[in-house]
Design a protein around this ligand. Structure first.
Ligand code: TRP
Ligand code: SF4
Length: 402
């Protein structure tokens, strides 16, 4: 477990989740929860930035989405699960950050122009909320002082924006008057041996630009479990010769995820109607896989095929082992096996996985109050941290009046 490295990510509650979400997002979250303190939330306000003309229909989606997360293996004892709008501090930070965020930074976000062009025929997105949406996302991240944000490729420019906003904020407001005293106090807390090493490494870095010394000192701080976030930041800042940072610059965490195609070979997506739901029933899943598209060259059973041109092959990559792969490649190219035969091991493996999801979901379906309690608890935990950050921010900006 890496102490002091928080992970934050959000998902819009737009409907029931499918295997595309599982392989593209959730599997990764499940892995991260073992390594870092994780904060995962339902981005309900984000849904309103594009669907503002009607009340949110997300109420039921939200709970279904949390059950899907839990079904996929998100562990509520490890990760904090919450709803964005229940931690109103996100909105306060969004507002305060908006004061110093240049319009150009938002207009330049690639998704902004793309989406406006793409959706313009259906709805008017020349709204303040839609332009500001990446800044709301920035607030979602910065308020937890998260360093890592697992997202897809398309979201990278938003994380870049968050970095720039954090940097600008620290530049304007990040000066702590008694920084040096506080930093030296934090050094003492390391214990005399480590404190001495820290100061030596700092000197080597600052006088000789010794990058190895810097890396070594950082590694030492990372291992130091007992440090508060504030002290950790001070020690980092003192090491590198900068003032305390109030906000942490986050990084996008792009993980190689094997892509799962939809039943028709296109990207798996609700709007294409080519999905397999995380909690879909057996008969329907079996039927869908049996009828899913294969290599179009295999019209008759006797026509040889090419796995590379077949979406079933991508399923095999995710769901069956190398022995089966060899059997498929040979049998497909020689017309030695039929497509239904080829799909059988996939059907078996997918059903086994979905069964596991169903088992995990069952207690929550039997007692919906369980999910509400988990999320209420998550909102409390998230809010406590968000409030702590907001205290520092208000103080730094001079709007605390205490
Ligand atoms: N914008 C993200 C999406 O559409 C969802 C999101 C909102 C998010 N806030 C976030 C993701 C903060 C990561 C961190 O997918
Ligand atoms: Fe696809 Fe398998 Fe049929 Fe080949 S045999 S086309 S890999 S389903």
């Amino acid at each position: 477990m890496m102490y002091g490295t928080r992970v934050v990510s959000g998902m819009r509650p737009t409907g029931r989740l499918h295997l595309g979400h599982y392989h593209g997002v959730l599997k990764n979250w499940v892995r991260l929860q073992d390594e870092y303190p994780c904060f995962f939330f339902a981005a309900d306000w984000h849904a309103l930035t594009t669907h503002y003309e009607e009340p949110l229909t997300v109420e039921s989606y939200i709970w279904e989405m949390f059950v899907d997360w839990l079904a996929a293996g998100i562990n509520p004892n490890q990760a904090v699960l919450f709803i964005q709008s229940r931690v109103v501090e996100h909105a306060e930070l969004f507002l305060l950050l908006s004061m110093s965020t240049p319009l150009g930074w938002l207009e330049r976000v690639p998704t902004y122009k793309d989406q406006i062009e793409k959706l313009n025929h259906h709805k008017d997105l020349s709204t303040y909320g839609f332009l500001g949406y990446p800044l709301l996302q920035t607030a979602d991240i910065l308020i937890y002082r998260a360093s890592l944000v697992p997202v897809g490729e398309d979201q990278v420019p938003h994380i870049e924006l968050a970095r720039e906003v954090a940097r600008r904020f620290n530049h304007f407001y990040g000066r702590e008057t008694d920084f040096e005293t506080k930093a030296l106090e934090a050094v003492k807390k390391l214990g005399s041996k480590r404190a001495k090493l820290y100061l030596e490494l700092r000197l080597r870095y600052q006088q000789n630009g010794d990058e190895e010394a810097l890396a070594q000192a950082k590694a030492m701080l990372d291992e130091e479990q007992s440090l508060t976030l504030g002290d950790r930041e001070r020690l980092y800042g003192y090491l590198e010769g900068r003032y305390r940072l109030i906000l942490v610059e986050p990084e996008a965490l792009l993980t190689e995820t094997a892509k799962i195609p939809g039943l028709d070979g296109q990207k798996m997506s609700k709007s294409y109607g080519n999905t397999i739901g995380l909690r879909e029933d057996r008969a329907s899943v079996e039927q869908k896989i049996r009828t899913m598209r294969t290599d179009p060259a295999r019209v008759r059973r006797t026509d040889p095929g090419e796995p590379q041109r077949c979406p079933v092959w991508a399923f095999h990559q995710l769901y069956t082992d190398p022995e089966v792969h060899a059997w498929v490649e040979k049998g497909c190219r020689s017309a030695g096996i039929g497509c239904l035969e080829c799909k059988q091991p996939v059907v078996t493996a997918v059903l086994r996985e979905l069964e596991q999801f169903q088992e995990r979901a069952q207690p929550y379906l039997d007692d919906p109050a369980l999910v509400r309690a988990i999320v209420a608890d998550g909102c409390d935990k998230a809010r406590r941290i968000a409030q702590e950050t907001m205290r520092d921010i208000r103080e730094a900006m001079g709007v605390d009046y205490s």
